[in-house]
Every structure is written in structure tokens, then in C-alpha cells.
Design a protein around this ligand. Structure first.
Ligand SMILES: Nc1ncnc2c1ncn2[C@@H]1O[C@H](COP(=O)(O)OP(=O)(O)OP(=O)(O)O)[C@@H](O)[C@H]1O
Length: 937
């Protein structure tokens, strides 16, 4: 940068339209107008030693008007302008000189300080400005080529900047041959115009420098105000430079300027690089005094700094968004390309469109639709990779899949047809079927009747599930089974809130989604198996489901919108009633299905199970015959259940074995013709092992009946005892079991009730040296343990009362421990009905007399020996029947329960009633109660 320069008294003047060149700035100007071309040619191009030229800002009349200046025009005069130096106002002084060719029509110093106005004519040509990022840009000529612009008034500023040419180049425009110049100028120092005149077609001015002398400068540098201002300026400038360097990641070159260039010059350099208004540029030009200039520059630099910071913030925001959306765009493009490559064209957008369409057709109620639509809008704004996208998508899918209105059309209910259907599906169960028909009849009369929920209670395999599905078939509705066995978490019924990771809807909503209609028959299977723990009480959630008042707006936590369950027909099943919470039981109508008698089982097997099993295995009665006698044997020897599930399983095992035989017969024929390699038929091998044949030979998608027909050449297989043993193995049960087990004293046979229905339970007691303690084993609950304690107490007390001792055949067991065991330890046992059995086994132990093996008993006993009635009598008697028991001892007050027991069973049993424990003992032992002679009966 040039140091202080000696200015000539006169300078050629290049007008700078609406722009200011400040000292220290560099501009490039392309001169095209005749006047400026002439000026450059004469003052710079043709001169050996390039001199200085003056750059004087000019302003259009319009601009000055808007800036609040009053203007006047004069008749054609050559203007000579005399302007005062310094910062003082020149308003009002006029000067007009005629020199050269430029005609100035009117001249008047503007009301605004430092401006001269002139009407200029004969202006041609335009200077085209070259712009460069490094160079300050501007127009070298105030005069435009348009003839329109002729006679425009231009306003010359009274201060300008002397400039030194740094580079000069000449060009010739091709078509016109016009000469143009491009000149790069560096602003050096301010000057004031004393007199403006013309030389040829361009202007010159008599000037005086506005630069301070060295002495003046030294003086001012001592000034405290100046020092403070310069420090302030430098700090602000430093801040700006640091910010810019940080932004542009440039080195510290600009900082060097701060140390080497005098601060008053720096002020100009800094301001020159800003894009500020013409007014502000002029004001900077007019700031001749260093203090004024510094404070002005500090203000401008600070403003620039702030604006950069604000811009920075905005840019960061915009960039953030931009880069994100660009990233998204890129990813989408890539995804599309991958999908195209894979031939999978349904991209996410299409996917969402399809989802929306599905949602629209789901028939959601308005409030649900509003909720779903809001969620969809949210989803649309998300990216597939975004967390939450998938869960939102799955959630909306569920909303769209749920049958909000879709219902299976209920067929006109024909009670006779329903009865026929129930009869064809199930043998017996007359009362149950009757109750179902009543239920259906009410529904026919009042379809929206809020009848009670039917609950089938009974042991496994008695047809609870199949009855429910028959109801659905009779009503022409879809059937769905919801298994509640082992459900301990309320969320299983109500779903998890969506805030949980891996949240899901509850089983009910999930079931409805699967069944896809809002009015199915829904079987709540095993309602007695729900438990409650810290995770809530599923039964209480079920209360809401089964309550017709509440289930209109069932609230699943996952779904988060109410779902109307009132059209669903609920049917429940349970093995036992006791575990069902009373409020829940209260909402249901319990229909008990006790176990089947062997005769009933036989009928069920012959009429329902065998035809169904054969069909399932692609067989028919042409291949296999299972005679009644064999079914009886299966019932007696292989199953001792209350229901028919095991019976069905055993029949299926026979059918599989027959299927293998049929297929092998078919294969054996051709093989035998040509080959001898295959020796033992597969069936023989398998049957010899006594294992069930587990092969599934049915080809998928081939109708099993077709296969049966294909193999119709095979010979008929009649199941006999040998085959039973081969396929099902040796018999699992036989009637001699009880006799064998009670042969030794201390064992008695009880009848109990478990989840599997009635069961025969043996009780074993033994004694050993000890301290008179009682030991109990075999998965016992508190009640049964108490019964054992009561039994022992009663027996000991009784023996003492009757003064029975070893001599009279009663061991009082002084100093000995008693151990009572309930075999089948894996099955939990509880309840008071084992009371009489426990006493009997203890009496048997103490008297060393065996209990009758054909006798089983049940009954609760008080401490005083009174026998109380018990529950589940029908099931217990059926169990005794199954086990081949011939005599059953029952509490007297259970007599009424015998009405329910099928007469076929009663015909085979001797029922003995007991009021007191002594009665039981009387019946349990051969020869009656072991101490009858002492008893006060
Ligand atoms: N009275 C009957 N007549 C014809 N088939 C029957 C009868 N009772 C049960 N079945 C058959 O026995 C099989 C088992 O019945 P189902 O599954 O309905 O028993 P469930 O009582 O529901 O058992 P769980 O309590 O284990 O669910 C079915 O194939 C069913 O058709």
C-alpha cells in the first residue's frame, strides 16, 4: 500500500456512478464511453509515466431527490464549480465555467452538503463494469448511452479519491471497431474538488489533498481519544478477521495487515471491502478526520461482524436442514435403485399410499380415523431408517387390518339345523346341547341380547372346545380360540403401551385381527389358568371384556383407541371353577361337562372319533376295522382319563399304523416281482418296537380320500389284541392294580378331584422309630396337610378313648414317627376330601389290617369324627368306575349327587354312605371296623 502521496493540483476526473472508491481499495473498470475512453487514452495509455487520476462519485438526480435534496436547473451554461474544502457545508455556492465540449445546462450546489448538480447533454457510450471478487466494482461513467438518459441531471460529489493505475489493457470491439480500455485502479488518498472543468470531452478538476501531514499525524497519534478509538477498532477488526478466517479456514494473512498498516488507513481498507450503501460509502469518504473515520469504521466493522454472525446462524440452520434433506434424497435414490435392481418396485411412498388406502377402507369410526390419520401424517414425515418408523408402520397396519365394521353375515338361524349340527358333532351331552339351543333361541329372538357368557367347565377332552366351534358353525360365524392358559400379565389381554420396546396388542385384539370380522365366536380357553402377579391381574381385564356395558369401548393399551367388542360372542372354558375369580364367574353361566363313562366313550369312539380319525389319515373302513371290543380294551387298558383325548390319540396311532401297512402293501407287490432285497416290512419293524408309528405319509395337497382310493387294493386290516399291543404297547392300566397296592397294611384308596377330573388316589402310611412326629410327602397343599394332622390326632385320641393297645391289636405308636405319602408326587394335591382316606390308612397301619382293595372312599372328617360332604362326586364315581373299583364310600349328605351319575355306572357300583368315621371304617375293612366291639356306635 502506498504511503503518503504527493498529489498534483489538477487531476483528470473519472466519474463513478453511485459508487465510491475509498483509499486502499482496488477496482477494475472497463471504459467504453467516448469520454472515459478519451480520458484513459490521453491520461494513462499514451503517457510514458502513468499519472494519477481522480475518481469522483456522481449521483443521479433521482437518487439525490430521494435523499431529500432540492434541485434546480439552469439554462445552458458551462459550469464552473467552486467548492469549499473540508467538511463544511457547501450548500448554496454556485460556479459555472464553460470549458471544452461538455455543456452543463444548469448548475447549483445542492441543498445537501457537498453536491453539485448539472444538466448534461451530449453524453454517449457506456462504461461497462467488470466485476471481480477481489476488486471493488463500479461504473466509471455516470453517463449512460440511452438517448433517454440524455439531459439527465448528474450530481458530482465534492470529494473524491486519487487513484493509481495498476494495470491497463486495451481492447477493440469486433463489429464496431470501437476501442475500450480496462483499467485496474488503486485508491490512494482523499482530495477535495476546488474547481471542476472539462478537457476535451472529459473532466478535470483542480483539487486539494485532504491527507494529513506527517506532523499532524504524529500529533493525533498522541491523542488519547484517538488511541482508544484505534484500539477499539483493531479489536473489532481482529474479531472480524478471526471469524472470517475460521469460516474460510484461511491462514492469518489478513492479521498481518493489522500490524503493518496505519490504523486510519486500515479503517478505509476494511470499509471498502464491505457491501454498504452508497450513502454510507460517501459518509466514509467524507470522514476526513482520523477520529471520525475510526469511529465510523468501528461502527461499520462491528455491524458487519454482527451481520456475519446472524447469517452464520441462519446458514447453519439452513445447512443442517439442507444436508439432512439432501441425505434423505440420496438415500431414497439409492433405495429406489436397489429395489429396481431387485425387481421390487413398491417403494415406501407407494407402500404408504397403499396403507392409506387400506386405512380408508377399514371403516374406522371417525374418532379412530382422526387418530390414525394423525399418526399417518407423522409417519409420512419420517424416514424408514428413523427409529419409530417401523413401530408406527406396524401400528397403522394393525389399525387398518382390524375389523372395525366387517362382520360375517349371520345366517338365518334354524334351531333344528343347529340341533342337528350339535348332535352330529357330539355324542351325548344332552343337557349341554339343550342349554346351547336355548341360548341360540334367545339370540334368534333378540340378536343384540346381552345374554350371559357361556362357560364350559370340565376335564380335558370332554368336548368344550368343539362345542364352542359348533356354536359358531350353527350361527354361521367365524370361530377364534384365544388361549389364556398361563397368562399372568395383564398386558397379554390388554396389550403393552406403545412406549415399550417390542410392544404388542393384547391377545383379543390380535385374535380379531386374525379372524378379520368383528362378530366372531371367541373362545376364551382355560380362563381358570390365568394367574395374577406383580404384572397385573388378567382376570380383571377379562371382566371388562365380558361386561356388555364396558366392552363396547374396550381399551387395548397398544391400540390406544376404543374397540367395540359388543358384537363378539364370547364362550369360555375352564377345567375347574374354583380358581376363577368370583366377579368373573358372576358374569358367566357355567355349564359343567363331567367326564364320560366307559360306555359313553365307546359310543363317542365308534360314532365320532373313529370315522374322523380314519378320514384324517386318508383311510376308510375298507382298510381298517376297529371292533367295539378293541375300543373297550383301549378305554380300559390304555386310557383312564375323564375325556376322550387319549382315546382319540390311541385310535390315531392305530390309523397311522394301518396307513403304513396300506402303503407298504402297495409297494411290496412290485418289489417282490423283481427284487428280493427288502426283507422285513417296515410295519413289522415298527410294531415290534412297540412304539407308535410317527411317520406322516400323506403327500401335502393331495386329498387323503384320493389316496385311500388309490390304495383300495390293500386288504382289510382288523385290529385285534395283538395289534393293539404292537401299536400301543403293553396295557398301561389293569384292574388288579388296586388289589396289589392295598395288599400291605397302611394303604387305602381315596377318590379325589383334580384338573383332569375325578381320580383314584392311593394313600400310604408307614411308621418308624422317632419322636412321634408326622411326616408328609407328595406335593401337598396346606389343607390336605391339616387333614393328615387331624386324622392322626383322631386315630390316637380314639385309640386312647377306647383303651386300645398293642395287646388288643392296636399299636399306639409311642415314640415312633408316622410318614404318610401320596404317590404320583408330581401332581399337586389339596382339599379336605382325603380326610376319611387318611384315617383309614392310619387305622390300617396301626391295626396292621389291609383295607379292602375293591373299595374307594371320599369325605372330609372333623376332629370329632363327623364325615362332611364333598364336591365333584359325579367325577369321583366315574373315576372309581374307570379304575374298576366296585365299592365307593361316600358321606351320607352326598346322596343327592348320585342323581347325576349315569345309571350304567351306578349299576356296577356298591355305594356305601357314612355319617361318622366309624361308618367308613366299618365299610373299609373286611369284617368291619377293627375295634367295633369297643365302639359306642
Ligand atoms: N361328546 C363328544 N362327541 C364327539 N366327540 C367328542 C365329544 N367329546 C369330545 N369329543 C372330541 O374329543 C376331542 C377333544 O375335545 P375338545 O378339544 O373339545 O376338548 P376340551 O374339553 O376342549 O379339552 P381342553 O380342556 O383340553 O381344551 C375332540 O376331537 C372332540 O371332538
Amino acid at each position: 500500500m502506498a504511503e503518503s502521496v504527493e498529489l498534483p493540483t489538477r487531476l483528470a476526473i473519472l466519474p463513478f456512478r453511485n459508487k465510491v472508491l475509498l483509499p486502499g481499495a482496488i477496482i477494475r473498470i472497463r471504459c467504453t464511453s467516448p469520454s472515459s475512453v478519451k480520458l484513459v487514452e490521453q491520461e494513462l495509455w499514451q503517457k510514458e509515466e502513468k499519472g494519477l487520476i481522480g475518481i469522483l462519485p456522481v449521483r443521479d438526480a433521482l437518487e439525490i431527490k430521494s435523499a431529500g435534496t432540492t434541485t434546480t436547473t439552469a439554462s445552458q451554461v458551462v459550469a464552473k464549480m467552486k467548492m469549499s474544502n473540508g467538511d463544511s457545508d457547501n450548500g448554496g455556492s454556485q460556479a459555472a465555467v464553460v470549458e471544452g465540449q461538455v455543456k452543463v445546462y444548469g448548475v447549483k450546489c445542492g441543498a445537501r452538503r457537498g453536491w453539485l448538480m448539472a444538466m448534461v447533454e451530449d453524453v454517449v457510450g457506456t462504461d461497462i463494469l467488470d466485476q471481480s471478487s477481489k476488486l471493488q466494482d463500479g461504473s466509471s461513467d455516470s453517463l449512460k448511452s440511452d438517448t433517454k438518459k440524455q439531459n439527465d441531471i448528474v450530481h458530482w460529489h465534492n470529494r473524491g479519491v486519487a487513484a493509481r493505475p495498476l494495470h491497463l489493457s486495451r481492447g477493440v470491439e469486433k463489429p464496431s471497431g470501437r476501442v475500450t480500455y480496462t483499467v485496474v485502479l488503486e485508491g490512494l488518498c482523499r482530495f477535495s474538488v476546488l474547481e471542476l472543468s472539462t478537457r476535451g470531452i472529459y473532466h478535470t478538476a483542480r483539487i486539494s489533498s485532504l491527507e494529513m501531514t506527517k506532523t499532524e499525524m504524529e500529533q493525533i497519534e498522541q491523542d488519547r481519544d484517538y488511541l482508544m478509538l484505534s484500539r477499539q477498532f483493531k479489536a473489532t477488526a481482529m474479531e472480524l478477521i478471526s471469524l472470517l478466517e475460521l469460516k474460510q479456514k484461511t491462514g492469518g494473512r489478513t492479521k498481518v495487515l493489522l500490524d503493518n498498516v496505519p490504523v486510519h488507513k486500515l479503517a478505509d481498507i476494511f470499509v471498502a471491502s464491505f457491501e454498504i450503501s452508497f450513502e454510507e460509502q460517501l459518509s466514509m469518504l467524507d470522514s476526513v478526520g482520523p477520529k471520525v473515520r475510526l469511529s465510523k469504521a468501528t461502527e461499520l466493522v462491528d455491524r458487519h461482524l454482527q451481520s456475519i454472525r446472524v447469517a452464520e446462524k441462519i446458514t447453519q440452520k439452513v445447512e443442517g436442514q439442507l444436508s439432512k434433506s439432501q441425505k434423505e434424497f440420496l438415500l431414497r435414490q439409492q433405495m429406489r435403485a436397489i429395489k429396481e435392481e431387485l425387481g421390487d418396485n413398491d417403494d415406501d411412498e407407494d407402500d404408504l399410499v397403499a396403507l392409506e388406502r387400506k386405512m380408508k377402507s377399514a371403516g374406522m369410526p371417525p374418532n379412530v380415523w382422526k387418530h390414525a390419520h394423525r399418526e399417518l401424517r407423522r409417519l409420512k414425515k419420517m424416514q424408514p431408517q428413523q427409529p419409530g418408523y417401523n413401530s408406527s408402520r406396524v401400528y397403522l397396519d394393525l389399525l387398518a387390518d382390524l375389523p372395525w365394521q366387517k362382520a360375517s353375515e349371520e345366517i338365518e338361524l334354524d334351531l333344528r339345523a343347529a340341533q342337528k349340527r350339535l348332535d352330529s358333532d357330539h355324542y351325548g351331552l344332552v343337557k349341554v346341547k339343550q342349554r346351547i339351543i336355548e341360548y341360540l333361541a334367545v339370540r334368534k329372538l333378540k340378536p343384540d341380547a346381552r345374554g350371559p357368557v357361556l362357560c364350559f367347565v370340565g376335564p380335558p377332552g370332554v368336548g368344550k372346545t368343539s362345542l364352542a366351534s359348533s356354536i359358531a358353525a350353527a350361527l354361521g360365524r367365524k370361530f377364534i380360540r384365544i388361549s389364556l392358559g398361563g397368562v399372568k400379565d395383564e398386558a397379554d389381554i390388554r396389550g403393552h403401551r406403545r412406549t415399550y420396546v417390542g410392544s404388542m396388542p393384547g391377545r383379543l385384539i390380535d385374535g380379531l385381527k386374525r379372524v378379520a370380522v368383528c362378530n366372531p365366536v371367541m373362545l376364551l380357553d382355560e380362563v381358570d389358568k390365568t394367574g395374577s402377579d406383580a404384572r397385573g391381574d388378567p382376570a380383571s381385564a377379562l371382566l371388562e371384556v365380558l361386561d356388555p356395558e364396558q366392552n363396547k369401548t374396550f381399551n387395548d393399551h397398544y391400540l390406544n383407541v376404543p374397540f367395540d367388542l359388543s358384537k363378539v360372542i364370547f364362550v369360555a372354558t375352564a377345567n375347574r371353577m374354583q380358581p376363577i375369580p368370583p366377579p368373573l364367574l358372576d358374569r358367566m353361566e357355567v355349564i359343567e361337562l363331567p367326564g364320560y363313562t366307559p360306555e359313553e366313550k365307546l359310543q363317542i369312539a365308534m360314532k365320532h372319533l373313529i370315522p374322523r380319525v380314519l378320514l384324517q389319515h386318508g383311510l376308510s373302513s375298507a382298510f381298517i376295522q376297529i371292533p367295539e371290543a378293541m375300543v373297550k380294551l383301549i378305554i380300559q387298558r390304555y386310557t383312564r382319563e375323564a375325556g376322550v383325548r387319549n382315546l382319540e390319540r390311541n385310535l390315531a396311532a392305530l390309523a397311522r399304523a394301518a396307513a403304513v401297512r396300506v402303503v407298504e402293501q402297495e409297494q411290496v407287490v412290485p418289489l417282490n416281482k423283481g427284487m428280493k432285497g427288502i426283507s422285513t416290512p417296515l410295519l413289522e419293524n415298527r410294531l415290534a418296537d412297540g412304539t407308535e408309528v410317527e411317520m406322516d405319509l400323506m403327500p401335502i395337497s393331495v386329498n387323503s380320500q384320493d389316496i385311500a382310493n388309490t390304495f383300495s387294493v390293500a386288504s382289510l386290516l382288523v385290529v385285534d389284541e395283538t395289534m393293539l399291543e404292537k401299536v400301543l404297547g403293553p396295557p398301561r392300566f389293569d384292574d388288579s392294580e388296586a388289589a396289589e397296592r392295598v395288599a400291605s397294611p397302611g394303604v387305602s384308596v381315596g377318590l379325589v378331584w383334580t384338573a383332569f377330573g375325578g381320580e383314584v388316589q392311593f394313600v400310604e402310611a408307614t411308621e418308624m422309630v422317632g419322636k412321634g412326629e408326622l411326616h408328609l410327602t407328595g406335593q401337598l397343599g396346606d389343607v390336605i396337610k391339616e387333614s393328615a394332622q387331624i386324622a392322626l390326632t383322631w386315630v390316637r385320641a380314639r385309640a386312647t378313648d377306647l383303651r386300645l393297645d398293642a395287646a388288643k391289636g392296636f399299636n399306639l405308636l409311642e415314640g415312633r414317627d408316622v410318614h404318610i405319602h401320596f404317590p404320583a408326587g408330581a401332581v399337586p394335591k389339596d382339599g379336605p376330601s382325603a380326610g376319611v382316606t387318611l384315617v383309614t390308612s392310619l387305622v390300617s397301619l396301626f391295626t396292621q389290617k389291609s383295607v379292602r382293595s375293591d373299595t374307594a372312599m371320599t369325605g372330609e372328617m372333623t376332629l370329632r369324627g363327623l364325615v362332611l360332604p364333598v364336591g365333584g362326586v359325579k367325577d369321583k364315581i366315574l373315576a372309581a368306575h374307570r379304575y374298576g373299583i366296585k365299592r365307593v364310600i361316600l358321606p351320607e349328605r352326598n346322596l343327592k349327587d348320585l342323581v347325576e351319575v349315569p345309571s350304567s355306572v351306578l349299576a356296577n357300583l356298591e355305594i356305601l354312605l357314612a355319617k361318622r368315621m366309624e361308618d367308613v371304617l366299618e365299610h373299609a375293612f373286611d369284617g368291619g371296623c377293627p375295634w367295633r366291639q369297643h365302639s359306642k356306635l
